[in-house]
Design a protein around this ligand. Structure first.
Ligand SMILES: Cc1cc2nc3c(=O)[nH]c(=O)nc-3n(C[C@H](O)[C@H](O)[C@H](O)COP(=O)(O)OP(=O)(O)OC[C@H]3O[C@@H](n4cnc5c(N)ncnc54)[C@H](O)[C@@H]3O)c2cc1C
Length: 478
């Protein structure tokens, strides 16, 4: 027997009164802002609870278990379909758990389960350190890293998931536990499907070491060098003349493929080609580029090289910090947006794919980013991710935009069938995605861990959504 929302809220306030967790009632002034996710999804939520410590999280979990209350866990709120918003479910918002503690040897840091990328980049930068982060300051680190996680440093240092050394979780019995090596295997890729992650221990890199790795040199250890590097990252936006969109993308791609084939692309370079609709300019192809190497001249040379990958109509480059790059990219994201993102993994940008994109892009309903490609030259096995931005700030165009994005996806599947990879990035996939394909050989490992660590599927509103065998009747309904 479950309690109705009002009774649940009143019991929650009593039961958590001994904790430091903050409870936001639906009638409180801050509620709408606190409960908002990037994708707008109106649901009935009994309350948002913001724990500050692992003990708080354990108390909330025990409350949910005792009262058979459904719950979701959120950090940044960027899930591509707002799957942390579930009708009737309590929201456990981890954003107040945002501490960053660097180890004495400065080789790792322990971060709170709700830390956001901008705060992490800034805190580490102040210590002369860095770690791969996503592209947007307000994106949550735990959701990002446990489901993969790429960003400006990924070509040099790998994905977010590669950085995870340890974790603490609150398990399906509401107990705090240090993740065993076995559980860590599941956390690296399985998101929050095995427990609420209260902290992660991650690899961090001294900025002077970044310099050594890049240039193959050692022994550069002066404070001056650290300061020099930490304030010196290059960030550039290049736009190309795009009246013939197909021709523009083709020329850019030939340039990129040539560099890839000759193995000349630097690990310090991160590229994010995009197609955008810009008021008064129309549909424009461009690339967002970052360079995180110490040798600025080399970085500028790469920017020049890519400026020549088409007829450049705009090039804006600045020397900045990683935290600033993320902050600026935050400004490109509008909260709330409506719809959802659609993603497709491709082998490469073929002539057929380019033709489909060029045919559809000028007709996109709404403005803003239309496509973003994530080529990962260092992490070659990941190929190319095509992110179709079907989430837009104009709610009245949301359905039209989603239909438009789905048409492109369908056309690509028909017209360039062999170029489509079977799996897609789990963070940007839907609940309908085939998890066996996404996880491949690791699927059975993840399911075995789910059976062991969450046999009753207490963590059911998660990405990925895993259902242990035979859980059916035992599953607690929201
Ligand atoms: C505009 C936009 C930009 C993006 N940019 C990038 C990018 O640059 N690189 C990239 O790799 N991906 C990117 N993504 C995808 C993004 O990384 C994933 O959607 C990620 O899961 C978002 O994490 P979040 O904490 O912000 O979101 P949330 O919606 O808060 O959480 C996402 C998932 O993580 C779970 N979760 C969060 N915190 C915890 C916790 N402490 N314990 C257990 N589970 C938890 C949630 O339950 C949920 O299932 C982007 C998505 C959007 C919409």
């Amino acid at each position: 027997m479950t309690l109705d929302s009002v009774a649940l809220l009143s019991k929650l306030e009593t039961d958590l009164s001994h904790t430091t967790a903050k409870i936001y009632r639906p009638d409180s002034v801050e509620f709408n802002e606190i409960a908002q996710c990037f994708i707008h999804k109106p649901v009935r939520t009994p309350a948002v609870v913001r724990p500050r410590t692992a003990d708080d999280v354990a108390s909330v979990m025990q409350f949910c278990l005792r009262n058979k209350a459904g719950f979701t866990v959120r950090s940044g709120g960027y899930d591509c379909a707002a799957r942390t918003r579930v009708d009737g479910a309590l929201v456990i918002d981890m954003r107040d758990m945002n501490q960053v503690t660097v180890s004495e040897d400065k080789g790792s840091a322990t971060v709170g389960g709700g830390i956001l990328h901008g705060d992490l980049a800034r805190a580490l930068g102040e210590e002369g350190l860095a770690t791969p982060v996503g592209n947007v300051a307000s994106l949550g680190y735990t959701g990002w890293s446990t489901l993969g996680g790429y960003g400006p440093l990924s070509s040099g240092y790998g994905l977010g998931v590669d950085q995870i050394l340890g974790a603490k979780t609150v398990n399906a019995r509401g107990e705090i536990q240090t993740a065993s090596e076995e559980l860590l295997v599941g956390i690296r890729g399985g998101g929050g499907s095995l427990g609420i992650i209260t902290e992660l221990t991650i690899k961090v890199y001294p900025l002077d070491k970044v310099r050594d790795d890049i240039n193959g040199r050692t022994g550069v250890d002066s404070l001056l060098t650290r300061r020099y590097y930490s304030s010196q990252m290059l960030s550039s936006i290049i736009l190309y003349e795009s009246s013939n969109l197909e021709g523009t993308i083709t020329t850019y791609n030939q340039h990129y493929e040539h560099l890839l084939a000759t193995q000349e692309l630097s690990d310090c370079l991160q590229l994010q080609p995009t197609i955008t609709q810009i008021p008064k300019m129309g549909t424009v192809f461009g690339v967002m580029l970052t360079w995180h190497g110490e040798n600025k001249e080399e970085g500028y040379a790469w920017i020049e090289s890519f400026a020549k990958a088409g007829t450049c109509v705009m090039k804006a480059t600045q020397e900045t910090t990683l935290a600033e790059v993320l902050k600026e990219r935050d400004n490109l994201v509008t909260w709330p947006s409506y719809g959802r993102l659609v993603t497709l993994n491709l082998r490469q940008l073929t002539e057929r794919t380019i033709a489909v994109l060029a045919r559809h892009c000028p007709n996109a309903p709404g403005v803003g980013f239309i496509f973003s490609f994530k080529p990962r030259h260092k992490i070659r096995s990941l190929r190319l991710e095509l992110e179709i931005n079907t989430a837009i700030p104009e709610s009245c165009l949301a359905n039209e935009r989603l239909e438009w994005g789905s048409r492109i996806k369908a056309d690509l599947e028909v017209e360039d069938t062999d170029n489509i990879l079977e799996s897609s990035y789990i963070a940007l996939g839907s609940h309908e995605v085939n998890l066996k394909r996404v996880y491949g050989q690791h699927y059975s490992t993840l399911m075995t861990l789910k059976e062991k660590y969450d046999p009753d599927n207490i963590f059911k509103h998660t990405v990925p959504r895993l259902a242990p065998v035979g859980v059916g009747r035992r599953t607690l309904e929201v």
